[in-house]
Write a protein that binds this ligand. Structure first.
Ligand code: C2O
Length: 555
């Protein structure tokens, strides 16, 4: 090659790395059922490519990822790329009956999207019924080539996927609950990278081992892929430095335990700076509500190179099931990095100020064993799933599928976190809340004490939001906003609404289309704790919802 030409090319690559360095990455995901001994399962597990957890999706910021998903099982399937913003690629988001009809047995669908303005760890998972119990995996978005992390470069990176596992087929578990109207059975174990740790009646071969070398630093990419449990994660004798959550950098802070809700991801630096040996790793549930108790802890081991054979394990204490103060301390420590390179662009003026009460309730049910059915609702609306995708109904103007009158406030104001003896009946509806393109939105998510106060990790598709405030009791519209953090609030896609408390989030509706909001505890989603936003097209040449791809599955 001509010398000057090569110089120009190299100079170009140096000056405009993004132009020459983004690439297209192809993946093949086959949904197959697989027998696994790891879990003492009696039934084969639904997996991607026979792996549990599934394959990791690796890409760099600005890369395009193309995943061909083939459904080789008897269930309908979709895959959701949790936390990926999906600018103008709404049809690749994945929630069944929201942005697409399911991929039917024997069919396939190609998900095609570009990772814009995000770097860090996310997860992908099945987004239909409870199939994400075993169909899930990590998404790793590395910074653009040549761009360092805003923290000391780790020597190595490790992925840690926390999950939940049932001996029974999860679809049978949820079907039984739907028929009876009662809560579904809690899981039989929690898992760390697919290993359950000790389970009664299961002599599974050991757990997961995290191998480290003295003096080295590891970036742990921790994912909560559990269906229904918020978790604490701890490593005996070691502190962790949190540097990123939900693919957004944070101000670093040290902690000895991580609080992580289903759908959330946390990147933490671990330095192997203790004596050579073997240290216990624990993943244990957090539950400060009195229903459906589940106190199974899962164990793994941190193992230093050079540790003699059969060492005693150095133990740690597991946080109590109801360690509410620990969850608050952890959440309150999270702040956006808010550097020049990674600014926190918090909306300062608000076009839509919404107040969503999130609640569990009971409705009468003639066919249920106790004559009642557990339900859940946002502003008293239990969301009813449509039978075709909302995004198609919106794009093709199909009438009768949804209405755009989702209430911005509860039907009546009441003492949300007061003592509730009776309970509300909810209304059913497939109602969406309409937003103008680029409008700014604030949602105060208000937990209630109706029936049972519970923590709700709430997830919004298509956007990141800033968590500008939180508190216990009822939100005070006069006093509480004065305490909002509008400078460096944490930016994420899933936030827990504290038990009998509230959380306020803000985002800009810069992504036209239909976007799901729901509790990421699958049991609550099943009961109706979900709704969707409809963001209208804008006026600019790129501010519109593009047409669906040709292979979009049909219902
Ligand atoms: Cu991770 Cu709608 O979900």
């Amino acid at each position: 090659m001509d010398h000057w030409f090569r110089t120009v090319l190299l100079l170009g690559a140096f000056l405009f790395p993004a132009l020459v360095q983004s690439s297209v990455r192809h993946y093949k995901f086959s949904v197959v059922s697989k027998n696994t001994t790891k879990l003492c399962a009696t039934k084969p597990l639904l997996t991607v490519n026979g792996q549990f957890p599934g394959p990791t999706l690796y890409a760099r910021e600005d890369d395009t990822v193309i995943i061909r998903v083939t459904n080789k099982v008897a269930h309908n399937v979709t895959i959701h790329w949790h936390g990926v913003r999906q600018f103008r690629t709404n049809w690749a988001d994945g929630p069944a009956y929201i942005t697409q009809c399911p991929i039917q047995p024997g069919q396939n669908y190609i998900y095609n999207f570009t990772l814009t303005g995000q770097r860090g760890t996310l997860l992908w998972h099945a987004h239909i019924s409870w199939l994400r119990a075993s169909i899930h995996g990590a998404t790793v978005i590395l910074p653009k080539r040549g761009i360092p992390y805003p923290f000391p470069t780790p020597d190595k990176e490790k992925i840690i996927v926390l999950g939940e596992w049932w001996k029974e087929d999860v679809e049978a578990v949820v079907n039984q609950a739907t028929q009876t109207g009662l809560p579904p059975n809690v899981s039989d174990a929690h898992t760390i990278n697919g290993h359950p740790g000790p389970v009664p009646g299961c002599s599974s071969q050991g757990g997961y081992t995290l191998h480290v070398e003295s003096g080295k630093t590891y970036l742990l990419r921790i994912i909560n892929a559990a269906l229904n449990d918020e978790l604490f994660f701890k490593i005996a004798g070691h502190n962790l430095t949190i540097v990123e959550v939900d693919a957004s950098y944070t101000k670093p802070f040290q902690t000895d335990s991580i609080f992580i809700s289903p759908g959330q991801t946390t990147n933490a630096l671990l330095t192997a700076n203790q004596g050579i040996g073997k240290y216990l790793i624990t993943a244990s549930p957090f539950m400060d509500a009195p229903i459906g108790l589940d106190n199974l802890t899962s164990y793994a081991a941190l193992h230093y190179k050079g540790t003699p054979a059969n060492p005693p394990t150095i133990l740690t204490s597991v946080p109590p099931l109801n360690a509410t103060p620990l969850t608050h301390a952890f959440i309150d420590s999270l702040r956006s990095l808010n550097s020049e390179q990674y600014p926190a662009k918090v909306p300062l003026s608000i076009d839509h100020s919404l107040f969503f009460s999130v609640a569990i309730g009971v409705n009468p049910c003639a066919t249920c064993v106790t004559g009642i059915r557990l339900v859940a609702a946002v502003n008293n609306v239990s969301f009813v799933m449509p039978t075709i995708a909302l995004l198609e109904a919106h794009y093709y103007n199909i009438p009768g599928v949804f209405t755009d009158d989702f209430p911005g406030n509860p039907p009546i104001a009441f003492n949300y976190t007061g003592n509730w003896t009776s309970s509300f009946q909810t209304m059913n509806g497939t109602r969406l809340y309409r937003l103008a393109y680029n409008s700014t939105v604030q949602i105060v998510l208000q937990g209630t004490a109706i029936l049972a106060p519970e923590n709700h990790p709430t997830h919004l598709h298509g956007f990141n939001f800033f968590v500008v405030g939180k508190g216990l009791g009822n939100f005070d519209p006069e006093k509480d906003p004065q305490k909002f953090n509008l400078v460096d609030p944490v930016e994420r896609n899933t936030i827990s609404v504290p038990t009998a408390g509230w959380t306020a989030i803000r985002f800009k509706a810069d992504n036209p289309g239909v976007w799901f909001l729901h509790c990421h505890l699958e049991v609550h989603t099943t009961w109706g704790l979900k709704m969707a936003f409809l963001v209208d097209n804008g006026k600019g040449p790129n501010d519109f919802l593009p047409p669906p791809p040709n292979d979009l599955p049909k219902c």
